[in-house]
Design a protein around this ligand. Sequence first.
Ligand code: AMP
Length: 182
Amino acid sequence: MTEQTIQDELISSIRTIKDYPSEGILFRDITTLLGDARAFRRAVDALVQPWAGSKVDQVAGIEARGFILGGAVAHQVSSGFVPIRKKGKLPHETVRIAYSLEYGLDEMEMHKDAIRPGDRVIVVDDLIATGGTAEAACKLLRSMGANIEAAVFIVDLPDLGGRKKLEAMNVPVRTLVEFPGH
Ligand code: AMP
């Protein structure tokens, strides 16, 4: 299968919902991709393809859709999995970082002992928009000594500049499909 055919298949398996969660947003719903066995497998295979045969210590998934993809990615590269969660959800000692959302601030955290200094880590989420969420996750992981190999996403919204934001902090970015606009 050519890369273009795979991209077409992934794009057609993603559902777009207009004006969700607020007016003017085109919500790219990947639950339809997850529910399509072939598309789900192809997406996970394509996300990790550059790391076939290389050592990855941990995959860090961003709550919540990054957990679903990240678990499958971790299995594929034979690594551990680290959840990056909204504040107050993790039971043990945590480290925390604040980041800005469209309206106001939020915080995310991970367990203090989840990463060993020098661990090679891949960050996973479903979609990168402004990049604020992934940027905060990468900063949090680096503060614990992680070497970020890459941040990977199924969907890129290139007009919002997230990829550039991560690349400016020397995080390589891999995305599979792009949609214009918000
Ligand atoms: P950002 O921090 O702006 O890169 O936003 C990324 C996070 O918000 C990801 O966890 C996405 O799941 C979610 N997100 C942002 N925009 C969209 C969109 N248009 N469709 C679906 N999810 C989105």
